[in-house]
Design a binder for this molecule. Structure first.
Ligand SMILES: C[S@@+](CC[C@H](N)C(=O)[O-])C[C@H]1O[C@@H](n2cnc3c(N)ncnc32)[C@H](O)[C@@H]1O
Length: 307
């Protein structure tokens, strides 16, 4: 079971047009999608994307009876292609709830969890790319350290990379709990935080790396202006600063008017703002939600309207 984060906030922020066409970039368990469908008329349409085949199968079953829903196995980086294949040029809204679902986290066999044992995979789309086992067993110490630092913002990246390389020389890594143990051992005890597994940042780093998560967010953001109609909305929930920064910077760029150097007496660039930012500060979950669903604690929702 996956509890949708900022459940009402995300869908309310879209100002849903009942006859409109919407894209859910990250279908997951279909929680947000189901709420959006309550706001659509029989003429409305919802395109639901997910790059995880298991999620796609689950979403197809959940919405089998609803002719307004089109579930597509696609990376949201290819949102333009997915819409083109359906003969859709423009939509009234696009939304995303980045990251992993509880279905993925709770299934040890997918390898996302440092709590459940399983093969070290972590790919959302298992039909392509390399599993994390390949990374931890073959990458150089300096590459490992760079990945852990860059995508996990982990200050002990060097010692973790060193410990991984030392351990795999004796026995290659096959299981998630084993990897989590080695990571934990490489972080001095006094830096272990109560209630947070010391392997959290390292697992996040490897997950982001093998799934090319930041590149996918960047590609999605680069395409929304071409796909969203005037007055249509974009809304996205991110779960860590790296992802949020990409969304924020793209939206700020879209919202800019003139980009001429300050010393130019008149505007020569003629840049027009393409989006208006709806909430200058991101919308955060209420305390009650964080208590009920600790996974929501780092969520940030940003919303913008196409001009
Ligand atoms: C946090 S869950 C979404 C949960 C959903 N909003 C709900 O209410 O049930 C994120 C989902 O996005 C999918 N996903 C992550 N990155 C993706 C990408 N680049 N393209 C398509 N789907 C992606 C994951 O496979 C996962 O199923």
């Amino acid at each position: 079971m996956h509890i949708s984060v900022l459940y009402h906030e995300l869908i309310e922020s879209l100002n849903v047009e009942p006859d409109g066409t919407y894209v859910d970039c990250t279908g997951g368990g279909g929680g947000h999608a189901a709420l959006l469908l309550q706001k659509l008329s029989s003429k409305g349409r919802l395109i639901v994307l997910d790059r995880d085949m298991e999620a796609v199968e689950r979403l197809k079953v959940r919405f089998a009876e609803d002719s307004r829903v089109f579930v597509v196995h696609s990376n949201f980086a290819d949102i333009d292609k997915a819409l083109h294949d359906l003969g859709i040029k423009e939509v009234e809204g696009v939304y995303a709830d980045f990251g992993v679902s509880s279905f993925q986290l709770q299934d040890g066999s997918r390898g996302f969890s440092f709590r459940k044992d399983g093969p070290i995979d972590m790919r959302m789309d298992t039909s392509c790319g390399e599993p994390v086992s390949e990374v931890v067993n073959t990458f150089s110490e300096s590459n490992l350290s760079t990945i852990i630092y860059k995508y996990g913002e982990e200050r002990f990246a060097n010692s973790i990379a060193k410990a991984i390389v030392k351990r795999r020389a004796v026995k290659p890594f096959t299981n998630t709990l084993d990897l989590a143990d080695v990571v934990r051992g490489a972080i001095p005890k006094k830096f272990h935080k109560k209630g947070i597994n010391p392997a959290t940042k390292t697992f996040q780093a490897f997950r982001i790396y093998v799934n090319g998560e930041l590149d996918a967010v960047d590609a999605l953001m680069s395409k929304i202006a071409l796909l969203i109609k005037e007055k249509g909305r974009f809304a996205a929930i991110s779960f860590h600063s790296l992802e949020d920064r990409i969304v924020k910077e793209w939206l700020n760029q879209y919202a800019l008017t003139c980009v001429c150097p300050a010393e130019f007496p008149v505007c020569v660039c003629n840049k027009k703002a393409e989006f208006k930012i709806i909430n200058k500060k991101p919308i955060l979950p209420m305390e009650k939600e964080v208590v009920e669903n600790p996974l929501s604690r780092s969520a940030k929702l940003r919303v913008a309207e196409r001009l």
